[in-house]
Design a protein around this ligand. Structure first.
Ligand code: DHB
Ligand code: FE
Length: 281
């Protein structure tokens, strides 16, 4: 049977992709952030997961405000991306795993979630920046990817509790897939940030650290927040916590081992959190 071997949270801000392209990893501004990733890459090299289920949000590359699925699942053999105008170069395509994608879709529908099925979809920086960080030099040929998009851009958005439950259903689907595959979960985006409007630039390091604590020990506490409460505390894009909650839901109910944590703020406009969680069940 398939096994969930771990979950990784990471920011996806485009500035990180630009910094990689420009070789700025070891500059004073970026050094602390990039120092986080080598141990995670080592863990990935040792564990060699077959598949990554990647929770991200589409910021407008495929799903603009006129068409906005609440939950969408990639069911394609391959995922290209495109220049979004942020200065990050497009990366080679990600390889899909259609059999597991369809298994997840079927399981979700049986369990009262009705995702949008995407058989042809490009992925944006929400997916490509984490892939570039975790598999440098686009060295992700050995891993298949299932992108799962959660609406974080326009109201109405799924409640945090719903994103957690959605992730839990995906974790259950993975664990009942009758293939011997090792699956890693990626929860991307977050933490506190707001990119536009009068509160642009708002950060809340205390709340970000609270979220990282509770993500490990008691994610149900985070599920009690409404999206408006998250926005009040950490800015409009704090709602990207949805992907972290979906990842944590999929990881399973027991308290995972927190193998690694880092928090750097600000990078670009954002409180950047990174965690590596290993399920103990
Ligand atoms: C930034 C953060 C994001 O989550 C994003 O999607 C785009 C930009 C930023 O901090 O600049
Ligand atoms: Fe984002």
């Amino acid at each position: 049977m398939a096994k969930v071997i771990g979950g990784i949270t990471t920011s996806h801000i485009p500035a990180i992709g630009v910094a990689i392209d420009k070789g700025l990893e070891d500059t004073p501004y970026y050094r602390d952030l990039f120092a986080t990733y080598p141990p995670i890459r080592e863990w990935l090299n040792e564990e060699k997961p077959d598949i990554a289920v990647l929770f991200y949000n589409d910021h407008g590359l495929e799903m603009w405000l006129d068409k906005k699925p609440t939950f969408a699942i990639g069911c394609a053999p391959q995922y290209e991306n495109a220049d979004e105008g942020w200065g990050i170069k497009p990366i080679p395509p990600l390889t899909g795993e259609t059999e597991l994608s369809w298994h997840i879709v079927n399981h979700l529908i049986e369990n009262d979630f009705d995702p949008t099925v995407c058989q042809d979809i490009k992925v944006d920086h929400g997916a490509t920046v984490p892939m570039t960080l975790l598999w440098p030099n686009h060295n992700y040929q050995g891993i298949k990817v299932i992108p799962v998009a959660i609406n974080c851009e326009r109201h109405p958005m799924p409640k945090p509790s719903r994103s957690y439950a959605f992730g839990k259903a995906i974790g259950d689907a993975i664990r009942c897939w009758d293939q011997d595959a090792k699956v890693v979960l990626l929860g991307t985006g977050g933490l506190s940030h707001q990119l536009d409007g009068p509160r642009a630039g708002i950060l809340n390091a205390e709340f970000d650290n609270y979220c990282m604590d509770k993500l490990v020990s008691d994610p149900q506490e985070l599920c009690k927040f409404s999206n408006v409460e998250l926005i009040e505390k950490g800015g409009a894009q704090m709602v990207e916590l949805a992907m972290w909650l979906a990842m944590r839901g999929a990881l399973g109910e027991g308290v995972p081992e927190e193998r690694l944590r880092n928090y750097v703020s600000p990078i670009s406009n954002t409180g950047v959190g990174v965690q590596l969680l290993i399920p103990q069940d």
